[in-house]
Design a protein around this ligand. Structure first.
Ligand code: AMP
Length: 114
C-alpha cells in the first residue's frame, strides 16, 4: 500500500490544524475548505478506499461517524445541520487514497451535489 499525505499528517511530518486526536483517529481541517466548517476524520490505520472496507472495519467506520457527530456539536453546527461524505475513487472525486470522512457545515449545502 502506498503512503499518502495523510500518513505524513498522522506522523506530524506535515503540520495540520488538528481538531481531535486519539490513538486510532485524527481529525483536522481541510486545507481547501468547501464550507465554513470542513474537517476530515481519518483512521490512523490506512485503508485506501471504501471499497476496501470489510466487516472487521465496521467499528472503525462507526467510530469515525461518532467523532464527526461530536465535532459537529462542538462547532455548533449540529442544530442547523451538516453533511458527512466519503468520496470513493474517480467518479466519487477521491484524491487521497486513505479513507476520510468529510464533515461539512456552517452554510446551506446544495443537493444534489455537482
Ligand atoms: P478527497 O478528494 O475526498 O480524496 O479529499 C481529500 C481532501 O484532502 C481534499 O478535500 C483536500 O483539500 C484535502 N487535503 C489534501 N492535502 C491536505 C493537507 N495537507 N491538509 C489538509 N487537507 C488536505
Amino acid at each position: 500500500m502506498t503512503e499518502t499525505i495523510f500518513d505524513k499528517i498522522i506522523s506530524k511530518e506535515i503540520s495540520s490544524d488538528i481538531i481531535y486526536e486519539d490513538d486510532q483517529y485524527l481529525a483536522f481541517s481541510d486545507i481547501n475548505p468547501q464550507a465554513p466548517v470542513h474537517i476530515l476524520i481519518i483512521p490512523k490505520k490506512r485503508i485506501p478506499t471504501i471499497n476496501d472496507v470489510d466487516k472487521s472495519d465496521a467499528k472503525t467506520i462507526g467510530e469515525m461517524v461518532l467523532i464527526a457527530k461530536k465535532i459537529a456539536k462542538n462547532k455548533q453546527i449540529d442544530k442547523d445541520g451538516y453533511r458527512l461524505v466519503f468520496n470513493c475513487n474517480d467518479h466519487g472525486g477521491q484524491s487521497v487514497f486513505h479513507i476520510h470522512l468529510h464533515l461539512l457545515g456552517g452554510r446551506q449545502l446544495n443537493w444534489p451535489p455537482g
